[in-house]
Design a protein around this ligand. Sequence first.
Ligand code: SF4
Length: 232
Amino acid sequence: MTENKPDMNIMSNIAISSIIRAYHCPRQYYFHKELKFKPSESYTVCKQVSCAYPDHTEEEIWNMIILIQPDISPDARSFLSSCICAMTHTPIRPWTETDITVKSDKVGIYGLLDKYDALSGEYTLTRCTTAPKNGCWPDDAIRTAALLICIEETSAKRLKGMYIEYIPSGIIRYYEPTPKDRRRLIQIIRQIQDVNRGLFPSKPLHPPCDSCKYYEKCEKNKPKTLSFLFKK
Ligand code: SF4
């Protein structure tokens, strides 16, 4: 596994995970940005399924998962079983490197690329959600657009698209970002830059408030700057 250490330039850039949060609602990014990051258990499980060798048993994959995320809930074991079952007839995307940090100084973003296969020159994004009926989910379109911009700059390769593995569904799709995806990405980066300057973002047209863990905070707080986050 290759992992490039983030340099100072990366630290001042915007993480692609933050872009996705702001894509759902820029206020979620506003409320989340000061909290500690905790890796998703379902992602850890799917990532390990996606990187397992064909002769790995479920027990071996689970032992590896515990090693990677020691505090993972035992309940995640049944999710692992269902993912392995879903992937039974789906050949996993090949890889020679995983978890590669890529960045774009031009756009000011960075992210972690799940898989790169040096033999084919192909890249893969691993997702822990089920697949949509067709194509990819809108936030995966933004992820793909952002990663491809970073890859183009990091490796000087121009790629049309990348593979997306929807592990819980056992489905792999190839997606080529559209100009609309790239335009939306640039809009979100601007919104994040505004939040980082201390502005409180407006509500988007269709915010996902019903499932939002910041609902109460959002209703109570309508400040003009970030300063309220530091008040007791
Ligand atoms: S409650 Fe709605 S508007 Fe507020 S942060 Fe959540 S999704 Fe955004």
